[in-house]
Design a binder for this molecule. Structure first.
Ligand code: PLP
Length: 387
């Protein structure tokens, strides 16, 4: 037996372990401290009652012979796939069929699993800084990575790859920088992919945070995208489903990959749970839409307060407008971890060091709006006193 040496050589998830270790050490040394956690990318608000009711009803269905369910379709229930098309795509003028929508247990799994569609010899272009899953997945598969630095001087927009990239991971609204892509920017990527016979995997986990009417919510709003793009979405941040687990991936037939993905899912995935799919369906009811919008509005308000407050304190900040993340430049070019330590030790605030998302994130930290107004206002008050 030979282990997968690519996987074996992956370093531990240093970023979040290190944040947890440093926070725990501080908390142990200062048990009385009220540590404000503004780093995490996890939702904090409870689910709207209509979604909870839907899950209760789904559990009840399983309790009675007449309504009991066993395995569902591997690709997801038709009623959910249709609801996704009717609510998320048709109103934006996008034509898709339910067979092109695959229900998942969240974006994380599919972002990893989609890599199985492609030969190990493909080159992969990945934004830097970026959400770590794209890098780790492709390292596990032993692929060559082409880095696409997203730098402050270019407003964190990546340049098109200089060499041919077969697979391109995009993430917009971006985690961690909060950048969004305009219609023209997306069109450039589609053009690149069409010319180079590449495939774009676009992670749209934060789509629900887009407020600017000029920013497309889906890559398929741009002509030609269905031939070259797979869109990965999640109910995690849109609807507060990080514990429930449900998402979906659109693999248009025009990519030539839909049948292969369906085949792969039938073998390796027995479907998202009936209960979480019922919960996801409830997000499209009028009460569900109102409930999740109220939660999103609360996070968006937190983002605005945090962003404006940091600006008022003299920090240079990006993002926070169409995204839940605020990308904040450290003062005096301070190292990301040094600023993390300063915030923790002097203000009892936890942020996420930007360098943890890749070297291009050095000199930045990420604040998250998945918090509440009270904590953010308290954090800003404490940061005023920062020496
Ligand atoms: N993509 C991005 C950019 C994320 O930030 C996250 C989670 O934080 C995910 C995907 C994973 O989401 P899910 O909960 O749907 O697996």
């Amino acid at each position: 037996m030979q282990v997968n040496t690519h996987l074996q050589q992956l370093k531990g998830n240093y970023l979040f372990t290190e944040i947890a270790n440093r926070t725990q050490a501080y908390q142990q040394a200062h048990p009385e401290a009220n540590v404000l956690r503004l780093g995490i990318g996890d939702v904090t608000l409870p689910l709207p009652p209509v979604i909870i009711d839907a899950m209760h009803r789904a559990v009840e269905d399983l309790a009675h012979a007449e309504t009991f369910r066993g395995y569902g379709p591997e690709q997801g229930y038709h009623w959910l796939r249709q609801a996704i098309i009717d609510n998320d795509y048709t109103p934006r003028g996008i034509n898709l069929t339910p067979e092109e929508v695959f229900i998942s247990d969240g974006a994380g799994s599919d972002l990893g699993n989609l890599s199985e569609l492609f030969d190990a010899a493909n080159s992969v272009a990945i934004l830097e800084p970026s959400y770590p899953a794209y890098v780790d997945t492709n390292r596990m598969a032993g692929r060559e990575i082409i880095w696409l630095p997203c730098l402050e001087e270019h407003n964190f927009y990546p340049d098109l790859p200089k060499q041919k990239a077969d697979i391109i991971y995009l993430c917009f609204p971006n985690n961690p920088t909060g950048t969004v892509l305009t219609r023209d920017e997306l069109a450039r990527w589609i053009e690149y992919a069409r010319t180079n016979h590449s495939i774009i995997l676009i992670d749209a986990a934060y789509e629900a945070f887009i407020e600017d009417p000029n920013i497309p919510h889906s890559i398929y709003e741009i002509d030609g995208a269905q031939e070259v793009a797979i869109e990965i979405r999640s109910f995690s941040k849109t609807a507060g489903f990080t514990a429930v687990r449900c998402g979906y991936t659109v693999v248009p037939k025009a990519t030539g990959l839909q049948a292969m993905w369906s085949r792969r899912q039938c073998t390796k995935f027995n479907g998202a749970s009936y209960i979480s799919q019922r919960a996801a369906l409830a997000t499209y009811t009028p009460e569900g839409k109102a409930g999740i919008q109220a939660n999103l509005n609360s996070y968006k308000q937190t983002a605005r307060i945090l962003s404006a407050g940091l600006c008022a304190l003299g920090y240079t900040v990006y993002g926070g407008k169409n995204a839940p993340y605020i990308w904040c430049k450290t003062p005096d070019k301070m190292d990301s971890w040094a600023f993390f330590d300063r915030l923790l030790n002097q203000c009892q605030i936890v942020c996420t060091p930007g360098v943890g998302f890749g070297n291009a994130g050095q000199g930045f930290v990420r604040f998250s709006a998945f918090s509440n107004r009270k904590d953010v206002e308290e954090a800003l008050k404490r940061m005023k006193t920062l020496a």
